[in-house]
Structures are given as structure tokens and as C-alpha cells.
Design a protein around this ligand. Sequence first.
Ligand SMILES: Nc1ncnc2c1ncn2[C@@H]1O[C@H](COP(=O)(O)OP(=O)(O)OP(=O)(O)O)[C@@H](O)[C@H]1O
Ligand SMILES: [Mg+2]
Length: 364
Amino acid sequence: MKELTRSQRENVKQSIFPASLFIVFFIVLLLMSGIHTGLIVLMHKLERNEIMQVIIPMVYWAVIAMGLTIYTSIRMKRTYEMPMKMMAEATAQVAAGDFSVYIPPRHAADKLDYLDVMFRDFNLMVEELGSIETLKNDFAANVSHELKTPLAVIQNYAQLLETTELTEKQKEYVEAITGGTNRLASLIYNILKLNKLESQKILLKPSSYDLCRQLEESILGFESIWEQKNIEIEVEMEESAVIEADKELMEVVWNNLLSNAFKFTQAGGMVSLRQFSVEDAVVVEVKDTGCGMSSAVLKHIFDKFYQGDTSHSTEGNGLGLALVLRILQMSSGTITVSSIEGEGSIFTVRLPKGMEQEGKEQNI
Ligand SMILES: Nc1ncnc2c1ncn2[C@@H]1O[C@H](COP(=O)(O)OP(=O)(O)OP(=O)(O)O)[C@@H](O)[C@H]1O
Ligand SMILES: [Mg+2]
């Protein structure tokens, strides 16, 4: 969309007040006052009492005033309210991150008013924001992609070094290199995955599978961490719960929620994983007795690169929950969080039941 030229801007109508209202009011009032006079004459002739002579004209003018009010409100709605509502809806969509919004023009290019200009500028702004967002995402994805190869080389040589004879100091250095490269590899993996999910480059591959088995496998993957931190584990789930979802992506969801629970729970705390079924959904709850979150932190936890603890004393890069949210949005699932600072958090995921599960329940 092109920007308006200076002369086009100068020719813009500066008021959208419908001047034709005056003509409508004038004609209506003229006609009605004629009828009013006729009404008075008629009442005199019919020799109506004085009270009726006052009440009837009052009712008559009240009806006319009501008619004029309705007419004016319809005109105002068309001229101001409807365009403003359109603008409010479009702004809300942009605020939610949708840059495909477009408000269609209301008048031809030579009959623009200031609202048309505002819409045009809004469309231009959204277009610009959308291209900046695409550029930013593409840049992050391209850089991450380019980093993959040199990183793999560093990781491989660090692994090779680990197998040779090293002094204590050298071992320490190699471990630092391996730790750093692993963190970088996970950042690159998350950036690329999120970028693919956001640009719809990943097509879901849904299949019917038993969620309980997947949850079991997921939590067992954290065994070394809960043993090392002496965290108590509580698992409660049904025998089986079939869902229809992309198994590989759902694994990312459980691993991220559980890794957060273990990461933010102090030694000696407790993490519980609960799964149960309700009418048309399967619910998974990941609860911990960790540090919890303040309401200010809670507001942003699903934002990309957001970390509640800005000191970076805890590992990670703030992409875990952004990935979780995107995957659940694509899988018709939902996630809710409740947390008390200093006491712990509960993340609750709801997923629609798979066919088999629904069938099973109906057969009972
Ligand atoms: N169970 C939890 N208890 C307390 N705070 C949490 C919990 N889960 C998430 N948070 C807060 O939300 C922030 C964002 O979480 P997210 O998983 O996106 O990032 P991360 O865990 O810091 O890094 P990454 O997941 O990329 O390794 C965390 O930094 C933390 O402040
Ligand atoms: Mg995380």
C-alpha cells in the first residue's frame, strides 16, 4: 500500500459530521409544525377539554423527538461508531500478534476523510510491523541455522578430547566447553523449532497414542535430576488415556513443563505429575513446591526469551514455555497456570480426547 501524497492529505475532508442532517431536521420540523397547527384547529372544532388539548400535542412532539433521535443515532452509528469498532477490533488483533489485519477503505481515493486516512496509516503501520517481525524471525532462524555446523564441530572435538588423557585442569576446561555447547545447542534447537511452528512450516502429524506411557517415559528421563536434588516424586495417572496429537511435539511439552518443575524446585522439595480424564478432555497437571512466581512474572512467562530470574543464575533461555504454548495452540489444547510466590506452581494442560478413548467410555 502506498503512502498518501501531500496534496492528497491536504484535500482530506476535515469533518465527517453529516451536514445533510440540518436539511432533514428542517424539512421534518416544518412538516410537523404544520401538522401540529392542524391538530390544534381540529381539537378546537371537536371541542375537546383543555387537558386533552395539552396532552395530545405533547405526545405528538414526543413521538417526533423519538423519531429524530433514532434517525440521528443510526446516522452516527454509520459515520462514527461502526468504523471505530472496526478499528478497535483490528487493533486488538494486532496487539495479539496478528499482522495480517487489513481495514478496507470506506471511500474512493478522491473522497477521503480523516478516518479513511487514519485507517490507511493503520494498515501501513501493520504492514510495516509484520515485515519487521518476519525479518526478525528469519534473521534469528538463519543465524541459528548457520551456527549449527560450527557448533557440531566444537561438540565433536570436545567429546574427542574427553576420551584422551587429561590433567584435572584440562578436564575442567573440556567440561566447561561441553556444558556451554550443550546450552547453545538447546538454544538453537528451540529457536529453530519455534520459528518453524510460528511460520507454520511444521505440519502436525497427529496419531492416536497412549498419553500415560508418554508421561511415564518423560518423567523417567528426569530420574538423575530428582535423585541428585533429592526431590520427592508423586505420580498419579489412569491406566491409559488415548489422545490424538503429534507425539513428538507433545513430548516437547511434557519435557519443558517437567524440566521447569525440577529446575525451580529446591533440593528436598516435591514434584507431582497427575493425569485424569474429564468429560471430553484429558488433563495433565504438573505441580511443584518450588519458588513459585509473582503475578508480574506470571504475565510474561509465555513470552519468547522471558525469564523471571534475570540474573541468569538458572539455566535456560526462556523459550520453553513459548514453545509449549505454540504447540498446544496448534493441537487444540490449553494451558493454565496458578502459582504462589515461595510456595510453588501448578501448570494444567487440557487436550481433547482421542477417538478410541471416547469410544471406550461410551461402551462402558
Ligand atoms: N515451575 C516453575 N516455577 C517457577 N517459575 C517458573 C516455573 N516455570 C516457569 N517459570 C518461570 O517462567 C520463566 C519462563 O519459563 P521457560 O520455560 O519459558 O524458560 P526457562 O525455563 O527459563 O528456559 P528454557 O525453557 O528455554 O530452558 C522461567 O524463567 C521462570 O521464571
Ligand atoms: Mg523452561
